[in-house]
Design a protein around this ligand. Structure first.
Ligand code: MG
Length: 252
């Protein structure tokens, strides 16, 4: 099912997407289960929010598509290359990506995002599904000039608004048949099947949880395919993952 976190003016609530309506849930389904109420809210009346606020961290995988590694030169890492984005970088669908004054080159990176559903440490690749709540869409926004200048990626990947997530979490997603496509002002910039990933979902979850304890609500970004590019003020960037939806954000 598709889970949305939304507001109709008051506190954030959760709902299951049913056609053009949301079936309102009692509490956060990650913790309270799928406890439905009788209330339905038209999607048109709901402001969708980031479907999850990562409890402790966003872990991201770099260089996980061969053709993306090729566009910058360099080697495909033998193991998943990990970096962190702070949870304060997360924004929701429709929210504005803000280019910081420190950077002259801010790029989009459309990605599939794993939403962790339980405390996870040292999870074997074949057991990954047991700790995954679902999948959503991410834009791993990157200050490309600062990524090169700083040598490490904390600032370049971690500015406020640099991790759009959403619009929904799909809890029954079949990654093997999925695709990602990123459009800048309607023009396709990135398009790839998830079978192009160097390291698959199981290997990523195993590698991440061998290093970090992941908490329910933490998120893992799985890497971006070729075609990343710069965004400027007035642009609109859309990331579509088949079977999940489209994450759209304006840029300022
Ligand atoms: Mg990335």
């Amino acid at each position: 099912v598709k889970i949305a976190r939304f507001s109709t003016g008051g506190d954030p609530r959760f709902g299951i997407v049913d056609g053009d309506e949301l079936v309102v849930l009692r509490g956060d389904p990650m913790f309270a289960g799928f406890d439905t109420t009788d209330e339905r809210v038209p999607l048109a009346d709901a402001k969708l929010l980031a479907p999850v606020i990562p409890r402790s961290k966003v872990v991201a995988v770099g260089k996980n598509y061969v053709d993306h590694v090729a566009e910058f030169g360099g080697e495909v890492p033998e193991e998943p290359l990990l970096f962190l984005k702070p949870n304060t970088s997360v924004i929701g669908p429709g929210d504005t990506i803000v280019r910081p004054p420190q950077s002259r080159r801010v790029d989009f990176e459309g990605e599939l995002a794993i939403v962790i559903g339980s405390i996870a440490k040292n999870v074997a690749a074949e057991d990954a599904a047991q700790v995954i709540f679902g999948y959503t869409i991410a834009n791993d926004v990157t200050a490309r000039d600062l990524q090169k200048k700083d040598g490490q990626w904390a600032r370049a990947k971690g500015f406020d608004t640099f991790c759009p997530l959403g619009p929904v979490i799909e809890t029954e997603y079949e990654v093997a048949t999925g695709t990602v496509e990123t459009r800048l002002n309607g023009t396709v910039a990135q398009a790839a099947p998830f079978t192009d990933m160097v390291h698959g979902i199981g290997a990523i979850v195993a590698h991440v949880t061998a290093a970090f304890t992941m908490l329910p609500g933490d998120v893992i970004l799985t890497g971006t395919p070729a075609g990343v590019g710069a965004m400027v003020g007035g642009d609109v960037v859309e990331v579509t993952v088949s079977g999940i939806g489209t994450l759209s954000n304006p840029v300022r």
